[in-house]
Design a protein around this ligand. Structure first.
Ligand code: PLP
Length: 371
């Protein structure tokens, strides 16, 4: 079987063996967590243990609400439901930008950081009954927002702060209390858990409004029988991702090597957000003149998995919305691919990537000089 070099951890991280074990061990439990008999109570125990693991992973207090959802998208829509006004940055994930028809967007700078002056102006034109929603780390560039500053600003104007920490968890330290946030979205499959599980963590005083109250599960905030085994996998994966955070130092060394070599090969290559605080595993690189689709296909033929930005824009030959918000010209944005590493990547993976990338660069240079 062909060896696969997986460099698309921001899309989905490989399932951790321990998460798989937790899933398998609970699949046959059979009981419904809402049933009062012993089988039901066993299933309930699994869900509540997972809740405590997720709570601990983001250092949320015992009093915080942890509502399980089907993933980051649903957590984001729950956070923004029922509020009078929602403000966000123009470089957010589609699950936030499309969460409401009346979403107000605040521009970002050339690195994708939210314009705090603009946010302040927008907040000062309201009565405080608002939620500001900002992602902690961008899924495409990995650029980190200054969450503390945004929290202070939102709170000064009486607004709540929701943070989409889907990409941050397991890659940088995430502390619900220290960040000063009111709500936080998480997703299992970004930390080595299964797809289809996530959570919204919210301070105890935040009044959430269900999108789907159903049978009253999750404190009436998310109807539907809980995904018991999926949540078991989520809890274990979240705990491990945080316990193994130090491994990100080695991942960062690999990422930095890759970027350095890319720029040695092609001095005209662009690495977005390179000079600001970023996730240690992410690199969003444009190779001018070579469409992202062609790069991805060449990589795929060599057994290397990378993507053109978010899963939503890849495969549809759309330029990245994040780069558009950052003011990057469309032609350049269409030549950008995202490399997102994980703890299983090794030096040889970087070499495999660079050999394909160098070939793409040289073929393009030859084409240009023949033209
Ligand atoms: N938020 C961000 C920043 C993401 O990167 C993603 C997934 O790509 C989501 C939310 C959505 O998460 P899920 O796939 O669990 O719905």
């Amino acid at each position: 079987m062909k060896h696969i070099v997986y460099m698309d951890h921001n899309a989905t991280a490989p399932l951790r063996a321990e998460a798989r074990e937790a899933i398998m061990a609970t699949l046959d439990l059979g009981g419904n967590p809402s049933s009062v008999h012993s089988a039901g109570r066993k299933a309930r125990r699994v869900v509540e243990d997972a809740r405590e693991l997720v709570r601990a992973a983001v250092h949320a207090p015992k009093t915080a609400q942890v509502i399980f959802t089907s993933g980051g998208t649903e957590a984001n829509t729950l956070a923004l439901n029922g509020v009078t006004r929602a403000l966000t940055s123009s470089a957010e994930h589609a699950s936030i930008l499309k969460a409401r028809d009346d979403m107000e967007t605040v521009p970002v700078d050339g690195n994708g950081k939210i314009d705090l002056g603009h946010l302040q102006d927008s907040l000062s034109n309201g009565d405080g009954n608002a939620v500001v929603s900002v992602m902690m780390a961008n899924n495409e560039t990995g650029v980190l927002q200054n969450i503390n500053d945004i929290a202070h600003l939102a709170h000064r104007y009486g607004a709540l702060l929701h943070v989409d920490a889907v990409q941050a968890l397991g890659k940088v330290h995430v502390d619900f209390v220290a960040l000063g946030v009111d709500m936080m979205s998480l997703s299992a499959h970004k930390v080595g858990g299964p797809t289809g599980a996530g959570a919204l963590v919210a301070s105890k005083d935040v009044k959430l409004v269900a999108n789907n109250p159903g049978g009253g599960q999750e404190g009436g905030l998310r109807g539907g029988t809980e995904n018991v085994s999926g949540l078991a996998g989520f809890g274990v994966a979240a705990g491990m991702a945080v316990a193994e955070l130090a491994e990100m130092d080695a991942v960062k060394i690999l990422r930095d090597q890759l970027e350095q070599r890319v720029l040695e090969i092609a001095p005209n290559a662009m690495i977005f957000g390179k000079n600001v605080d970023r996730l240690p595993n992410t690199s969003f690189i444009a190779l001018p003149g070579v469409l992202a689709e062609s790069q991805i296909m060449a990589m795929d033929l060599a057994g290397i998995c990378v993507s053109a930005g978010s899963a939503c824009s890849s495969g549809k030959s759309l330029a990245s919305a994040t780069l558009a918000a950052m003011g990057v010209p469309e032609t350049l944005a269409k030549s950008a691919i995202r490399v997102s590493l994980g703890h299983s990547n090794v030096n040889d993976d970087i070499e495999s990537f660079l050999s394909v990338w160098k070939d793409l660069y040289e073929r393009n240079e030859a084409k240009q000089s023949a033209a």
